[in-house]
Design a protein around this ligand. Structure first.
Ligand code: V47
Length: 374
């Protein structure tokens, strides 16, 4: 059944969506500008259900942030600290291995490992951390290091991006998360994260990883000083790389959390912004399989609603998270598997526990015994 669209500018987009045609930049701008959020959501839901039916994915994972020491001073960030800051922390290798096992009762299938750009920790140190994790938790997928961290390791070691990626892969890195992309536009980047690698460099690192057979995710940070045009440019650059490599699994729109950052004055995103971003990304990124409503960032309630506006993934149990907590995130850091199941079922969707590569995971009666179905 086709709804009545409040905004007739959505009609040609509806026709394209029905015919499975790619949307243009102009279509994207219309989707960003229309007040008809229900129309946009309906369109995104068509694509979401065509790709995934009623299935909604989640995983049982644990985030590990080994250090918050960071040489960059990004205005957008409340997490990174200077080495001399008495509140900064850096875990020892043993800390990382031990911390990884906490909350293991639910048998996590993924460790999501990211941290600050530490001026002294070496690439060998990170490789050793990965080896130790693999040795202790051989079943657990290691989704580790953003494109920004890889770029920094290459800069410090004077090795090529390819060589850095090879070393980390040999040490146990299985895939990469999507963070650090922010907004690719250089004008915006200069203001919000001027010490980070450029948008083009982020894309180049992702291209290199994908060409080596590593999958990654991708993100976009919205709700600060960027314009709808900047957001579209970002989405289209991701879509372009995906046409080339097919290496992205999931896109995660990340709402900016301003508390304790140097951009506190810009305020928080609204529910409409968050829902629209999910829907527009589902519609524009026709070649990226999954759109994730990251509950830590959106709150579980808004993430649940997003499941009817284009999202087909909720992320996971997370357990311990610092990046959003430090920036005023109010969602908490930990949802149990049962709570994720409930959120998904009450949205009228069918929950599917997945591993990082979206293979279904079957759990026996005891929650901590699992098998990945290949
Ligand atoms: O890299 C930093 C962003 C990212 C703030 O790949 C901020 O599956 C909002 O990338 N407000 C970390 N955002 C989160 C991330 C992520 C999360 C969940 C799943 C996956 C995945 C990736 O958050 C950072 C940065 O881009 N960020 N500071 C802030 N104040």
């Amino acid at each position: 059944m086709t709804p009545v669209f409040d905004d007739r500018r959505l009609l040609p987009i509806r026709d394209k969506v029905s015919a499975g045609q790619r949307l243009s930049e102009q279509d994207g701008l219309t989707l960003y500008r229309t007040p008809d959020i229900l129309g946009v959501g309906w369109l995104a839901n068509q694509v979401r259900e065509r790709k995934h039916g009623n299935k909604t994915y989640f995983n049982v994972n644990r985030h590990i942030n080994p250090t918050d020491v960071c040489v960059a001073s990004c205005k957008l960030c409340a997490f990174g600290k200077k080495a001399k800051d008495p509140t900064a922390y850096t875990m020892s290798m043993e800390d990382v291995w031990e911390r990884a096992g906490k909350g293991y009762a639910e048998a996590v299938t993924e460790f999501h490992i990211v941290g600050g750009l530490h001026p002294e920790l070496t690439l060998d140190w990170y490789c050793e951390v990965l080896r130790g994790l693999k040795q202790r938790y051989p079943e657990v997928h290691l989704k580790a290091f953003t494109m920004v961290e890889i770029g920094y390791f290459a800069q410090r070691t004077k090795l090529s991006i390819t060589e850095v990626l090879h070393r980390l892969k040999d040490a146990g890195m299985d895939s990469m998360p999507g963070g650090g992309a922010e907004i690719f536009n250089e004008r915006v980047r200069r203001i919000i994260c001027d010490h980070k690698l450029s948008g083009d460099q982020w894309i180049d690192v992702a291209r290199t990883a994908h060409k080596m057979g590593l999958h990654s995710n991708c993100t976009m940070l919205y709700g600060h000083i960027e314009t709808p045009e900047d957001r579209l440019d970002h989405l289209l650059r991701l879509r372009g790389l995906q046409d080339e490599t097919n290496g992205f699994q999931t896109f995660i729109p990340l709402a900016f959390h301003p508390d304790n950052t140097m951009l506190e004055h810009v305020g928080k995103t609204t529910g409409f912004n968050d829902i629209r971003e999910i829907a527009v990304s589902r519609l524009m990124l026709d070649n990226i399989p999954h759109i994730k409503a990251y509950w830590v960032m959106m709150t579980p309630k808004v993430a649940q609603i997003a499941l009817r506006f284009g999202a087909n993934d909720l992320d996971g149990t997370v357990v311990e998270e610092h990046i959003y907590k430090d920036a005023g995130g109010s969602s908490g850091q930990n949802l149990r598997r049962g709570e994720l199941l409930r959120l998904i079922r009450e949205a009228g969707r069918e929950p599917v526990e997945r591993d990082t590569l979206y293979r279904p995971v079957e759990r026996k009666e005891q929650e901590n015994v699992f098998t990945v179905l290949v």
